[in-house]
Design a protein around this ligand. Structure first.
Ligand code: NAG
Ligand code: NAG
Ligand code: NAG
Ligand code: NAG
Length: 582
Protein backbone atom coordinates (compact mmCIF):
# COMPACT_ATOMS: atom_id res chain seq x y z
CA UNK A 1 0.00 0.00 0.00
CA UNK A 2 1.16 3.40 -0.30
CA UNK A 3 -0.74 6.54 0.40
CA UNK A 4 -1.90 6.89 3.98
CA UNK A 5 -1.51 8.46 7.39
CA UNK A 6 -2.01 10.54 10.64
CA UNK A 7 -1.23 14.02 12.30
CA UNK A 8 1.20 16.91 12.14
CA UNK A 9 2.09 20.56 12.20
CA UNK A 10 3.50 22.96 9.80
CA UNK A 11 3.50 26.36 8.53
CA UNK A 12 3.84 27.45 5.12
CA UNK A 13 4.87 30.86 4.65
CA UNK A 14 5.60 31.07 1.09
CA UNK A 15 3.76 31.55 -2.05
CA UNK A 16 6.49 30.62 -4.43
CA UNK A 17 4.51 27.71 -5.74
CA UNK A 18 1.18 29.45 -5.98
CA UNK A 19 1.59 29.57 -9.70
CA UNK A 20 1.18 25.82 -9.95
CA UNK A 21 -2.45 26.25 -9.09
CA UNK A 22 -4.60 23.53 -7.61
CA UNK A 23 -3.24 20.03 -7.98
CA UNK A 24 -5.76 17.41 -8.88
CA UNK A 25 -5.83 14.52 -6.40
CA UNK A 26 -6.61 11.09 -7.75
CA UNK A 27 -7.69 8.11 -5.69
CA UNK A 28 -4.68 6.21 -4.42
CA UNK A 29 -1.02 6.48 -5.30
CA UNK A 30 -1.04 9.84 -7.01
CA UNK A 31 1.80 10.55 -9.36
CA UNK A 32 2.74 14.19 -9.66
CA UNK A 33 4.88 13.86 -12.72
CA UNK A 34 5.74 17.54 -13.14
CA UNK A 35 6.79 17.70 -9.49
CA UNK A 36 8.96 14.60 -9.72
CA UNK A 37 10.81 15.98 -12.70
CA UNK A 38 12.04 19.04 -10.90
CA UNK A 39 13.55 17.03 -8.06
CA UNK A 40 16.96 18.62 -8.08
CA UNK A 41 15.46 22.03 -7.37
CA UNK A 42 13.65 20.66 -4.37
CA UNK A 43 16.80 19.12 -3.01
CA UNK A 44 18.58 22.41 -3.11
CA UNK A 45 15.63 24.13 -1.53
CA UNK A 46 15.14 21.68 1.28
CA UNK A 47 18.75 21.56 2.35
CA UNK A 48 18.94 25.32 2.62
CA UNK A 49 15.52 25.63 4.19
CA UNK A 50 16.01 23.26 7.12
CA UNK A 51 16.70 26.01 9.63
CA UNK A 52 13.44 27.78 8.78
CA UNK A 53 11.23 24.71 8.99
CA UNK A 54 8.77 25.28 11.82
CA UNK A 55 6.78 22.16 10.97
CA UNK A 56 9.52 19.60 11.34
CA UNK A 57 9.05 17.82 14.60
CA UNK A 58 11.65 17.41 17.31
CA UNK A 59 11.38 13.72 18.10
CA UNK A 60 9.07 12.00 15.64
CA UNK A 61 10.82 9.83 13.12
CA UNK A 62 11.16 11.46 9.73
CA UNK A 63 13.76 11.47 6.97
CA UNK A 64 15.62 14.73 6.25
CA UNK A 65 13.55 15.32 3.13
CA UNK A 66 11.09 13.83 0.63
CA UNK A 67 8.00 11.70 0.91
CA UNK A 68 7.50 8.96 3.53
CA UNK A 69 4.48 6.76 4.11
CA UNK A 70 3.99 3.31 5.67
CA UNK A 71 6.27 1.90 8.36
CA UNK A 72 7.59 -1.45 7.08
CA UNK A 73 9.18 -4.55 8.59
CA UNK A 74 9.74 -3.24 12.14
CA UNK A 75 11.72 -5.69 14.27
CA UNK A 76 14.48 -6.06 16.84
CA UNK A 77 17.59 -8.02 15.84
CA UNK A 78 20.61 -8.53 18.10
CA UNK A 79 19.49 -5.63 20.29
CA UNK A 80 19.00 -3.22 17.38
CA UNK A 81 15.57 -1.89 16.39
CA UNK A 82 14.94 -1.70 12.66
CA UNK A 83 12.48 0.58 10.94
CA UNK A 84 12.03 0.43 7.19
CA UNK A 85 9.59 2.77 5.50
CA UNK A 86 8.02 3.57 2.17
CA UNK A 87 10.05 6.39 0.69
CA UNK A 88 10.31 8.45 -2.49
CA UNK A 89 14.01 9.30 -2.99
CA UNK A 90 13.07 11.88 -5.61
CA UNK A 91 10.55 14.22 -4.06
CA UNK A 92 7.96 15.23 -1.48
CA UNK A 93 5.02 13.50 -3.17
CA UNK A 94 4.25 9.78 -3.44
CA UNK A 95 6.15 7.89 -6.20
CA UNK A 96 9.32 5.86 -6.99
CA UNK A 97 8.76 3.82 -3.86
CA UNK A 98 11.69 2.04 -2.16
CA UNK A 99 12.29 0.72 1.35
CA UNK A 100 14.43 3.19 3.25
CA UNK A 101 16.04 1.92 6.44
CA UNK A 102 17.07 3.27 9.85
CA UNK A 103 18.15 1.58 13.07
CA UNK A 104 18.08 2.49 16.74
CA UNK A 105 18.98 1.12 20.14
CA UNK A 106 16.12 2.93 21.92
CA UNK A 107 13.31 3.57 19.38
CA UNK A 108 13.95 7.32 19.78
CA UNK A 109 17.33 8.14 18.25
CA UNK A 110 17.90 6.76 14.75
CA UNK A 111 20.76 6.13 12.33
CA UNK A 112 20.02 6.02 8.60
CA UNK A 113 21.36 3.31 6.27
CA UNK A 114 21.27 2.78 2.52
CA UNK A 115 17.95 1.80 1.00
CA UNK A 116 17.31 -1.82 1.89
CA UNK A 117 14.96 -2.82 -0.94
CA UNK A 118 14.60 -1.09 -4.29
CA UNK A 119 13.42 -2.19 -7.75
CA UNK A 120 15.91 -4.61 -9.31
CA UNK A 121 13.91 -7.64 -10.47
CA UNK A 122 10.98 -8.07 -12.86
CA UNK A 123 8.97 -8.95 -9.74
CA UNK A 124 9.34 -5.41 -8.32
CA UNK A 125 10.28 -3.36 -11.35
CA UNK A 126 7.55 -0.75 -10.75
CA UNK A 127 7.88 -0.40 -7.00
CA UNK A 128 8.67 -2.06 -3.69
CA UNK A 129 5.57 -1.60 -1.60
CA UNK A 130 4.80 -2.50 2.00
CA UNK A 131 5.59 -5.68 3.87
CA UNK A 132 6.70 -7.21 7.15
CA UNK A 133 9.56 -9.04 8.81
CA UNK A 134 9.33 -12.53 10.32
CA UNK A 135 11.87 -14.22 12.62
CA UNK A 136 12.60 -17.74 11.44
CA UNK A 137 13.70 -20.34 14.02
CA UNK A 138 17.15 -19.47 15.29
CA UNK A 139 16.27 -15.76 15.17
CA UNK A 140 16.91 -15.27 11.45
CA UNK A 141 14.89 -12.39 10.00
CA UNK A 142 13.31 -12.50 6.54
CA UNK A 143 11.03 -9.99 4.84
CA UNK A 144 7.99 -10.45 2.60
CA UNK A 145 6.99 -7.36 0.61
CA UNK A 146 4.76 -6.41 -2.30
CA UNK A 147 6.37 -5.89 -5.69
CA UNK A 148 4.68 -4.05 -8.56
CA UNK A 149 5.20 -5.74 -11.93
CA UNK A 150 3.50 -3.40 -14.39
CA UNK A 151 2.86 0.33 -14.68
CA UNK A 152 -0.20 2.33 -13.72
CA UNK A 153 -3.13 2.01 -13.98
CA UNK A 154 -2.99 -1.77 -13.47
CA UNK A 155 -0.11 -1.98 -10.98
CA UNK A 156 -0.29 -5.75 -10.64
CA UNK A 157 0.89 -6.84 -7.21
CA UNK A 158 2.93 -9.91 -6.23
CA UNK A 159 4.69 -10.96 -3.01
CA UNK A 160 8.46 -11.25 -2.79
CA UNK A 161 11.05 -12.48 -0.29
CA UNK A 162 14.35 -10.90 0.77
CA UNK A 163 16.89 -12.25 3.26
CA UNK A 164 19.82 -10.51 4.99
CA UNK A 165 23.15 -10.84 3.24
CA UNK A 166 25.17 -11.01 6.43
CA UNK A 167 23.52 -12.23 9.64
CA UNK A 168 26.59 -11.13 11.64
CA UNK A 169 25.78 -7.53 10.83
CA UNK A 170 23.31 -6.35 13.51
CA UNK A 171 22.37 -3.43 11.25
CA UNK A 172 21.27 -5.82 8.46
CA UNK A 173 22.49 -3.29 5.93
CA UNK A 174 22.24 -5.50 2.86
CA UNK A 175 19.38 -7.63 1.66
CA UNK A 176 19.34 -10.30 -1.06
CA UNK A 177 16.30 -11.00 -3.16
CA UNK A 178 15.22 -14.59 -3.50
CA UNK A 179 15.92 -15.44 -7.17
CA UNK A 180 12.59 -17.24 -7.66
CA UNK A 181 10.49 -14.22 -6.72
CA UNK A 182 7.56 -13.72 -6.83
CA UNK A 183 6.32 -16.30 -4.33
CA UNK A 184 2.63 -15.36 -4.53
CA UNK A 185 0.92 -14.04 -7.66
CA UNK A 186 -2.63 -13.39 -8.78
CA UNK A 187 -3.82 -15.93 -11.35
CA UNK A 188 -7.11 -16.71 -13.02
CA UNK A 189 -7.38 -19.91 -10.95
CA UNK A 190 -6.89 -18.30 -7.54
CA UNK A 191 -9.35 -15.49 -8.35
CA UNK A 192 -7.21 -12.83 -6.73
CA UNK A 193 -7.65 -9.28 -7.97
CA UNK A 194 -4.09 -8.39 -8.99
CA UNK A 195 -4.68 -4.65 -8.46
CA UNK A 196 -5.78 -5.35 -4.90
CA UNK A 197 -3.29 -7.80 -3.44
CA UNK A 198 -0.73 -6.28 -1.11
CA UNK A 199 0.98 -5.76 2.25
CA UNK A 200 1.97 -9.19 3.65
CA UNK A 201 1.99 -9.43 7.45
CA UNK A 202 4.49 -11.00 9.79
CA UNK A 203 4.04 -14.77 9.30
CA UNK A 204 3.17 -17.13 12.15
CA UNK A 205 4.07 -20.79 12.64
CA UNK A 206 1.40 -23.37 13.52
CA UNK A 207 1.89 -26.43 15.71
CA UNK A 208 1.91 -28.37 12.42
CA UNK A 209 5.16 -26.56 11.54
CA UNK A 210 3.47 -24.75 8.68
CA UNK A 211 3.87 -20.99 8.21
CA UNK A 212 0.88 -18.74 7.60
CA UNK A 213 0.72 -15.18 6.33
CA UNK A 214 -2.11 -12.88 5.29
CA UNK A 215 -2.25 -10.40 2.42
CA UNK A 216 -4.72 -7.50 2.15
CA UNK A 217 -7.27 -7.68 -0.66
CA UNK A 218 -10.89 -7.29 -1.69
CA UNK A 219 -13.52 -8.86 -3.92
CA UNK A 220 -15.95 -6.18 -5.04
CA UNK A 221 -16.73 -4.38 -1.76
CA UNK A 222 -15.70 -7.17 0.59
CA UNK A 223 -12.39 -6.60 2.39
CA UNK A 224 -10.20 -9.71 2.67
CA UNK A 225 -7.23 -11.07 4.60
CA UNK A 226 -6.14 -13.73 2.11
CA UNK A 227 -4.36 -16.63 3.84
CA UNK A 228 -1.32 -18.42 2.43
CA UNK A 229 0.58 -21.40 3.91
CA UNK A 230 4.13 -22.68 3.46
CA UNK A 231 6.44 -25.31 4.91
CA UNK A 232 9.68 -23.67 3.80
CA UNK A 233 8.76 -19.96 3.48
CA UNK A 234 9.42 -20.21 -0.26
CA UNK A 235 6.64 -22.28 -1.76
CA UNK A 236 3.33 -20.73 -0.67
CA UNK A 237 -0.17 -22.09 -1.29
CA UNK A 238 -3.33 -20.05 -1.02
CA UNK A 239 -5.86 -21.39 1.48
CA UNK A 240 -9.45 -21.97 0.29
CA UNK A 241 -10.88 -19.28 2.51
CA UNK A 242 -9.46 -16.06 3.89
CA UNK A 243 -8.40 -15.81 7.54
CA UNK A 244 -11.06 -13.12 7.87
CA UNK A 245 -13.17 -10.81 5.71
CA UNK A 246 -15.82 -8.11 6.15
CA UNK A 247 -18.58 -6.98 3.86
CA UNK A 248 -18.69 -3.48 2.53
CA UNK A 249 -15.33 -2.39 3.88
CA UNK A 250 -13.52 -2.14 0.53
CA UNK A 251 -9.82 -2.81 0.04
CA UNK A 252 -7.92 -3.89 3.16
CA UNK A 253 -4.46 -2.40 3.13
CA UNK A 254 -1.78 -3.25 5.67
CA UNK A 255 -3.70 -5.93 7.56
CA UNK A 256 -2.24 -7.02 10.89
CA UNK A 257 -2.95 -10.19 12.88
CA UNK A 258 -1.45 -10.84 16.29
CA UNK A 259 -2.11 -12.42 19.67
CA UNK A 260 -2.58 -10.48 22.93
CA UNK A 261 -2.33 -11.83 26.45
CA UNK A 262 -5.47 -11.84 28.60
CA UNK A 263 -3.41 -11.74 31.78
CA UNK A 264 -1.28 -8.62 31.61
CA UNK A 265 0.51 -5.99 29.58
CA UNK A 266 3.28 -8.21 28.21
CA UNK A 267 3.38 -8.74 24.48
CA UNK A 268 3.60 -12.25 23.06
CA UNK A 269 5.19 -13.80 20.01
CA UNK A 270 3.12 -13.67 16.84
CA UNK A 271 2.90 -17.50 16.67
CA UNK A 272 1.54 -17.84 20.22
CA UNK A 273 -1.83 -19.53 20.72
CA UNK A 274 -3.33 -20.92 23.93
CA UNK A 275 -5.79 -20.46 26.74
CA UNK A 276 -4.72 -16.98 27.89
CA UNK A 277 -4.56 -15.53 24.41
CA UNK A 278 -6.99 -13.49 22.32
CA UNK A 279 -6.29 -12.35 18.77
CA UNK A 280 -6.60 -9.04 16.96
CA UNK A 281 -7.26 -8.32 13.29
CA UNK A 282 -6.61 -4.80 12.04
CA UNK A 283 -7.34 -3.45 8.56
CA UNK A 284 -6.46 -0.10 6.98
CA UNK A 285 -9.41 0.86 4.80
CA UNK A 286 -8.28 2.31 1.50
CA UNK A 287 -11.71 3.89 0.94
CA UNK A 288 -11.81 6.02 4.09
CA UNK A 289 -8.12 6.12 5.08
CA UNK A 290 -9.16 4.96 8.55
CA UNK A 291 -8.13 1.80 10.31
CA UNK A 292 -10.23 -0.41 12.53
CA UNK A 293 -9.63 -3.51 14.59
CA UNK A 294 -11.61 -6.25 16.24
CA UNK A 295 -10.73 -8.57 19.11
CA UNK A 296 -11.61 -12.22 18.69
CA UNK A 297 -10.58 -15.85 18.57
CA UNK A 298 -8.26 -17.63 16.20
CA UNK A 299 -9.57 -21.12 15.57
CA UNK A 300 -6.46 -23.08 14.59
CA UNK A 301 -8.46 -26.08 13.42
CA UNK A 302 -10.35 -24.05 10.88
CA UNK A 303 -7.50 -21.57 10.38
CA UNK A 304 -10.00 -18.74 10.69
CA UNK A 305 -10.46 -15.74 12.89
CA UNK A 306 -13.80 -14.96 14.53
CA UNK A 307 -14.39 -11.48 15.88
CA UNK A 308 -16.07 -11.43 19.31
CA UNK A 309 -19.84 -10.99 19.41
CA UNK A 310 -20.80 -7.36 19.18
CA UNK A 311 -17.64 -6.34 17.25
CA UNK A 312 -18.19 -3.60 14.71
CA UNK A 313 -16.63 -4.49 11.33
CA UNK A 314 -16.06 -0.97 10.01
CA UNK A 315 -14.24 2.21 10.91
CA UNK A 316 -17.21 3.12 13.12
CA UNK A 317 -15.85 0.41 15.43
CA UNK A 318 -12.63 0.35 17.45
CA UNK A 319 -9.68 2.29 16.11
CA UNK A 320 -6.10 2.56 17.31
CA UNK A 321 -6.33 6.24 16.66
CA UNK A 322 -9.33 8.42 15.87
CA UNK A 323 -7.26 11.06 14.07
CA UNK A 324 -4.65 10.78 11.30
CA UNK A 325 -2.93 7.42 11.69
CA UNK A 326 -2.73 4.85 8.91
CA UNK A 327 -0.93 1.81 7.49
CA UNK A 328 0.11 0.81 10.98
CA UNK A 329 1.98 -2.34 11.91
CA UNK A 330 2.96 -4.07 15.16
CA UNK A 331 5.95 -6.22 16.07
CA UNK A 332 6.88 -8.28 19.10
CA UNK A 333 9.89 -6.92 20.99
CA UNK A 334 11.14 -10.17 22.53
CA UNK A 335 13.87 -8.39 24.47
CA UNK A 336 11.41 -6.27 26.44
CA UNK A 337 8.38 -8.56 26.13
CA UNK A 338 6.12 -5.97 24.64
CA UNK A 339 4.24 -5.50 21.39
CA UNK A 340 4.95 -2.21 19.68
CA UNK A 341 2.75 -0.33 17.23
CA UNK A 342 4.07 1.94 14.49
CA UNK A 343 1.78 4.13 12.35
CA UNK A 344 2.20 6.67 9.58
CA UNK A 345 1.07 10.25 10.19
CA UNK A 346 0.17 11.84 6.88
CA UNK A 347 0.41 15.58 6.41
CA UNK A 348 -2.68 17.79 6.55
CA UNK A 349 -1.11 20.44 4.37
CA UNK A 350 -1.68 20.86 0.66
CA UNK A 351 0.51 19.06 -1.86
CA UNK A 352 1.89 22.43 -2.98
CA UNK A 353 2.88 23.20 0.61
CA UNK A 354 4.51 19.76 1.00
CA UNK A 355 6.58 20.37 -2.12
CA UNK A 356 7.52 23.78 -0.84
CA UNK A 357 8.76 22.48 2.49
CA UNK A 358 10.46 19.56 0.71
CA UNK A 359 9.04 16.66 2.69
CA UNK A 360 5.87 14.90 3.71
CA UNK A 361 4.96 12.38 6.41
CA UNK A 362 6.17 11.43 9.87
CA UNK A 363 5.90 8.29 11.97
CA UNK A 364 3.92 8.33 15.21
CA UNK A 365 5.90 7.76 18.39
CA UNK A 366 6.04 3.97 18.75
CA UNK A 367 3.38 2.79 21.20
CA UNK A 368 3.22 -0.19 23.46
CA UNK A 369 -0.07 -1.99 22.82
CA UNK A 370 -1.92 -4.52 24.99
CA UNK A 371 -5.38 -5.82 25.89
CA UNK A 372 -7.47 -3.89 28.41
CA UNK A 373 -8.62 -5.82 31.49
CA UNK A 374 -12.18 -5.70 30.15
CA UNK A 375 -10.98 -7.77 27.16
CA UNK A 376 -13.04 -5.42 24.98
CA UNK A 377 -10.44 -3.03 23.63
CA UNK A 378 -6.70 -2.44 23.31
CA UNK A 379 -4.71 0.13 25.27
CA UNK A 380 -1.75 2.10 23.95
CA UNK A 381 0.97 4.17 25.54
CA UNK A 382 4.07 5.87 24.11
CA UNK A 383 7.11 3.62 24.63
CA UNK A 384 8.77 4.40 27.96
CA UNK A 385 12.01 5.37 26.16
CA UNK A 386 10.41 8.65 25.07
CA UNK A 387 10.68 9.79 28.70
CA UNK A 388 14.47 10.02 28.21
CA UNK A 389 13.77 13.19 26.26
CA UNK A 390 11.96 14.82 29.17
CA UNK A 391 13.81 17.89 30.37
CA UNK A 392 12.59 20.54 32.75
CA UNK A 393 9.36 19.61 34.56
CA UNK A 394 6.54 21.93 35.61
CA UNK A 395 3.86 20.84 38.05
CA UNK A 396 0.66 22.61 38.97
CA UNK A 397 -0.97 21.98 42.33
CA UNK A 398 -4.50 20.65 42.16
CA UNK A 399 -7.06 23.42 41.73
CA UNK A 400 -10.67 24.09 40.85
CA UNK A 401 -11.24 25.38 37.32
CA UNK A 402 -14.37 27.48 37.44
CA UNK A 403 -16.59 27.66 34.39
CA UNK A 404 -14.98 29.85 31.73
CA UNK A 405 -11.41 29.71 33.02
CA UNK A 406 -8.15 29.51 31.09
CA UNK A 407 -4.79 29.21 32.84
CA UNK A 408 -1.43 29.33 31.16
CA UNK A 409 1.04 26.54 31.83
CA UNK A 410 4.27 28.47 31.57
CA UNK A 411 7.87 27.41 31.94
CA UNK A 412 7.84 24.60 29.35
CA UNK A 413 8.61 24.74 25.66
CA UNK A 414 5.00 24.55 24.53
CA UNK A 415 6.02 23.69 21.00
CA UNK A 416 7.76 20.50 22.10
CA UNK A 417 6.34 19.12 25.33
CA UNK A 418 4.95 16.06 27.06
CA UNK A 419 1.93 16.88 29.22
CA UNK A 420 -0.02 14.73 31.67
CA UNK A 421 -3.18 16.18 33.13
CA UNK A 422 -6.16 14.76 35.00
CA UNK A 423 -9.57 16.05 35.98
CA UNK A 424 -12.21 15.08 38.52
CA UNK A 425 -15.88 15.95 38.47
CA UNK A 426 -17.96 15.88 41.64
CA UNK A 427 -21.27 17.34 40.55
CA UNK A 428 -22.99 15.78 37.55
CA UNK A 429 -26.47 17.22 38.08
CA UNK A 430 -26.36 19.59 35.13
CA UNK A 431 -24.70 17.25 32.62
CA UNK A 432 -26.15 17.63 29.16
CA UNK A 433 -28.39 14.73 28.05
CA UNK A 434 -26.88 12.62 25.27
CA UNK A 435 -29.33 12.40 22.40
CA UNK A 436 -29.47 8.70 21.40
CA UNK A 437 -28.89 9.71 17.76
CA UNK A 438 -25.45 11.13 18.63
CA UNK A 439 -23.53 7.95 17.87
CA UNK A 440 -20.71 9.34 15.74
CA UNK A 441 -18.12 10.91 18.05
CA UNK A 442 -16.25 12.72 15.26
CA UNK A 443 -19.44 14.39 14.10
CA UNK A 444 -20.40 15.27 17.66
CA UNK A 445 -16.98 16.85 18.25
CA UNK A 446 -17.26 18.94 15.11
CA UNK A 447 -20.77 20.09 16.01
CA UNK A 448 -19.79 20.77 19.61
CA UNK A 449 -16.40 22.28 18.98
CA UNK A 450 -14.18 23.86 21.61
CA UNK A 451 -16.17 27.09 21.49
CA UNK A 452 -19.51 25.43 22.29
CA UNK A 453 -20.31 25.54 26.01
CA UNK A 454 -22.19 22.85 27.83
CA UNK A 455 -22.37 22.18 31.56
CA UNK A 456 -19.53 19.67 31.89
CA UNK A 457 -17.13 20.65 29.16
CA UNK A 458 -15.34 21.43 27.10
CA UNK A 459 -12.34 21.20 29.44
CA UNK A 460 -8.79 20.14 28.61
CA UNK A 461 -5.74 21.66 26.94
CA UNK A 462 -5.13 24.35 24.37
CA UNK A 463 -1.88 23.36 22.68
CA UNK A 464 0.15 25.31 20.12
CA UNK A 465 -1.78 28.40 21.08
CA UNK A 466 -0.84 31.94 20.15
CA UNK A 467 -0.78 34.47 22.97
CA UNK A 468 -4.02 36.10 21.85
CA UNK A 469 -5.68 32.71 21.15
CA UNK A 470 -6.11 33.48 17.47
CA UNK A 471 -4.60 30.06 16.92
CA UNK A 472 -4.86 26.94 19.08
CA UNK A 473 -5.54 23.22 18.90
CA UNK A 474 -8.02 22.19 21.59
CA UNK A 475 -7.91 18.68 23.05
CA UNK A 476 -10.74 18.28 25.49
CA UNK A 477 -13.45 16.25 27.19
CA UNK A 478 -17.19 16.73 27.40
CA UNK A 479 -19.46 14.72 29.68
CA UNK A 480 -23.04 13.75 28.85
CA UNK A 481 -25.74 11.99 30.80
CA UNK A 482 -26.53 8.81 28.89
CA UNK A 483 -28.98 5.95 29.43
CA UNK A 484 -29.63 4.33 32.82
CA UNK A 485 -27.81 6.89 34.92
CA UNK A 486 -24.52 6.29 33.06
CA UNK A 487 -22.25 9.12 32.02
CA UNK A 488 -20.65 9.24 28.61
CA UNK A 489 -17.25 10.87 28.05
CA UNK A 490 -16.44 12.38 24.67
CA UNK A 491 -12.81 13.17 23.80
CA UNK A 492 -12.18 15.66 20.99
CA UNK A 493 -9.26 17.15 19.09
CA UNK A 494 -10.45 20.36 17.45
CA UNK A 495 -8.15 21.66 14.72
CA UNK A 496 -10.57 24.26 13.36
CA UNK A 497 -8.58 27.13 14.92
CA UNK A 498 -5.14 25.52 14.57
CA UNK A 499 -3.85 27.80 11.83
CA UNK A 500 -4.64 31.02 10.04
CA UNK A 501 -3.64 29.19 6.85
CA UNK A 502 -6.82 27.79 5.36
CA UNK A 503 -5.10 25.47 2.89
CA UNK A 504 -4.78 22.79 5.54
CA UNK A 505 -7.14 19.97 6.36
CA UNK A 506 -8.55 21.06 9.75
CA UNK A 507 -10.96 18.20 10.35
CA UNK A 508 -12.01 17.79 13.98
CA UNK A 509 -11.61 14.30 15.44
CA UNK A 510 -13.42 12.57 18.27
CA UNK A 511 -13.82 9.36 20.24
CA UNK A 512 -16.00 8.06 23.04
CA UNK A 513 -13.82 7.24 26.02
CA UNK A 514 -14.79 4.15 27.95
CA UNK A 515 -14.23 5.49 31.49
CA UNK A 516 -16.72 6.10 34.27
CA UNK A 517 -16.26 9.68 35.46
CA UNK A 518 -18.25 8.93 38.64
CA UNK A 519 -15.41 6.78 39.92
CA UNK A 520 -12.38 7.50 37.74
CA UNK A 521 -10.27 10.56 37.04
CA UNK A 522 -10.22 11.70 33.44
CA UNK A 523 -6.61 11.62 32.31
CA UNK A 524 -5.09 13.07 29.21
CA UNK A 525 -1.51 12.79 27.98
CA UNK A 526 -0.49 14.98 25.09
CA UNK A 527 2.70 14.75 23.08
CA UNK A 528 1.56 17.77 21.07
CA UNK A 529 -0.20 16.47 18.80
CA UNK A 530 -0.66 12.85 19.76
CA UNK A 531 -3.19 12.66 22.58
CA UNK A 532 -3.92 9.68 24.83
CA UNK A 533 -7.16 9.79 26.85
CA UNK A 534 -8.12 7.55 29.79
CA UNK A 535 -4.61 6.05 30.21
CA UNK A 536 -4.50 4.95 26.57
CA UNK A 537 -8.13 3.99 25.95
CA UNK A 538 -8.55 6.47 23.10
CA UNK A 539 -5.82 8.11 21.02
CA UNK A 540 -6.17 11.00 18.63
CA UNK A 541 -3.38 12.25 16.42
CA UNK A 542 -3.61 15.47 14.44
CA UNK A 543 -1.19 17.43 12.31
CA UNK A 544 -1.44 21.22 12.48
CA UNK A 545 0.49 24.14 11.01
CA UNK A 546 0.15 27.30 13.09
CA UNK A 547 1.38 30.54 11.60
CA UNK A 548 1.63 32.52 14.87
CA UNK A 549 2.07 29.85 17.54
CA UNK A 550 5.49 28.64 16.45
CA UNK A 551 8.79 28.35 18.32
CA UNK A 552 8.89 30.61 21.37
CA UNK A 553 5.54 32.11 20.42
CA UNK A 554 3.68 28.89 21.16
CA UNK A 555 1.79 28.73 24.47
CA UNK A 556 0.06 26.01 26.44
CA UNK A 557 -3.14 26.47 28.45
CA UNK A 558 -5.47 24.37 30.57
CA UNK A 559 -9.08 25.44 30.18
CA UNK A 560 -12.65 24.84 31.22
CA UNK A 561 -15.23 26.50 28.99
CA UNK A 562 -18.12 24.57 30.54
CA UNK A 563 -20.52 26.38 32.89
CA UNK A 564 -19.82 24.02 35.83
CA UNK A 565 -16.57 23.75 37.75
CA UNK A 566 -14.18 20.84 37.28
CA UNK A 567 -11.20 19.94 39.45
CA UNK A 568 -7.83 19.88 37.77
CA UNK A 569 -6.35 17.20 40.03
CA UNK A 570 -2.85 17.09 38.57
CA UNK A 571 -0.77 18.57 35.80
CA UNK A 572 2.83 17.76 34.92
CA UNK A 573 4.53 19.05 31.82
CA UNK A 574 8.03 18.52 30.53
CA UNK A 575 10.01 20.39 27.93
CA UNK A 576 11.17 17.77 25.46
CA UNK A 577 14.67 17.50 24.02
CA UNK A 578 15.30 16.82 20.38
CA UNK A 579 16.01 13.25 19.30
CA UNK A 580 18.96 12.44 17.01
CA UNK A 581 17.30 11.12 13.92
CA UNK A 582 19.90 11.47 11.17
C1 NAG B 1 -3.22 12.43 3.47
O1 NAG B 1 -3.55 13.79 3.61
C2 NAG B 1 -4.06 14.39 2.45
C3 NAG B 1 -4.20 15.88 2.73
O2 NAG B 1 -4.83 16.10 3.95
C4 NAG B 1 -5.37 13.69 2.05
O3 NAG B 1 -5.87 14.23 0.87
C5 NAG B 1 -5.12 12.19 1.87
O4 NAG B 1 -6.32 11.49 1.64
C6 NAG B 1 -4.47 11.63 3.11
N1 NAG B 1 -4.15 10.23 2.92
C7 NAG B 1 -4.24 9.37 3.93
C8 NAG B 1 -3.85 7.98 3.60
O5 NAG B 1 -4.58 9.68 5.04
C1 NAG C 1 29.45 -9.35 8.27
O1 NAG C 1 29.24 -8.36 9.28
C2 NAG C 1 30.24 -8.36 10.27
C3 NAG C 1 29.77 -7.37 11.36
O2 NAG C 1 29.51 -6.10 10.82
C4 NAG C 1 31.55 -7.96 9.64
O3 NAG C 1 32.57 -7.97 10.62
C5 NAG C 1 31.90 -8.93 8.52
O4 NAG C 1 33.04 -8.49 7.84
C6 NAG C 1 30.74 -9.03 7.54
N1 NAG C 1 31.01 -10.07 6.58
C7 NAG C 1 30.97 -9.84 5.28
C8 NAG C 1 31.25 -11.02 4.40
O5 NAG C 1 30.71 -8.72 4.81
C1 NAG D 1 -9.93 -5.05 -8.57
O1 NAG D 1 -9.27 -3.93 -7.99
C2 NAG D 1 -9.36 -2.75 -8.76
C3 NAG D 1 -8.52 -1.68 -8.06
O2 NAG D 1 -9.08 -1.31 -6.83
C4 NAG D 1 -10.80 -2.34 -8.94
O3 NAG D 1 -10.86 -1.21 -9.79
C5 NAG D 1 -11.62 -3.50 -9.50
O4 NAG D 1 -12.97 -3.15 -9.53
C6 NAG D 1 -11.42 -4.73 -8.66
N1 NAG D 1 -12.18 -5.86 -9.20
C7 NAG D 1 -12.99 -6.60 -8.40
C8 NAG D 1 -13.71 -7.73 -9.10
O5 NAG D 1 -13.14 -6.41 -7.21
C1 NAG E 1 -12.92 -24.50 16.06
O1 NAG E 1 -13.89 -24.91 15.15
C2 NAG E 1 -14.24 -26.27 15.28
C3 NAG E 1 -15.13 -26.66 14.10
O2 NAG E 1 -16.24 -25.79 14.05
C4 NAG E 1 -14.90 -26.47 16.63
O3 NAG E 1 -15.25 -27.85 16.80
C5 NAG E 1 -13.95 -26.05 17.71
O4 NAG E 1 -14.59 -26.10 18.97
C6 NAG E 1 -13.43 -24.63 17.46
N1 NAG E 1 -12.37 -24.35 18.39
C7 NAG E 1 -12.38 -23.29 19.17
C8 NAG E 1 -11.20 -23.12 20.06
O5 NAG E 1 -13.31 -22.50 19.17
Amino acid sequence: MANHSCFSLFLLVSLLLAGHGVLHLEASHHVYQHLLESTSDHETQSSSASSSQPYRTGYHFQPPKNWMNDPNGPMIYKGIYHLFYQYNPKGAVWGNIVWAHSTSTDLINWTPHNHAIYPSQPSDHYGCWSGSATMLPGGKPVILYTGIIDPKPINTQVQNLVVPKNLSDPYLREWIKYPNNPLMSPTVENQINGSSFRDPTTAWLGHDNIWRVIIGSKIHRKGLAILYRSRDFKKWTKAKHPLHSAKNTGMWECPDFFPVSTTGQNGIDTSMVGPNVKHVVKASLDDTKHEYYTIGTYNITLDRYFADKGSVESDLGLRYDYGKFYASKTFFDHEKNRRILWGWINESSSVADDVKKGWSGIQAIPRKIWLDKSGKQLLQWPVVEIEKLRGKQIQLPSKILKGGSVIEVSGVTAVQADIEISFEISDFKKAEILDPSWTNPQLLCSQKSASVKSALGPFGLLTLASKDLQEYTAVFFRIFKGQQGKYVVLMCSDQSRSSLNDDNDKTTYGAFLNVNPLHEKLSLRSLVMESFGGDGKACITARVYPTLATGKDAHLYAFNYGTEKVKLSSLSAWSMKKAHIY
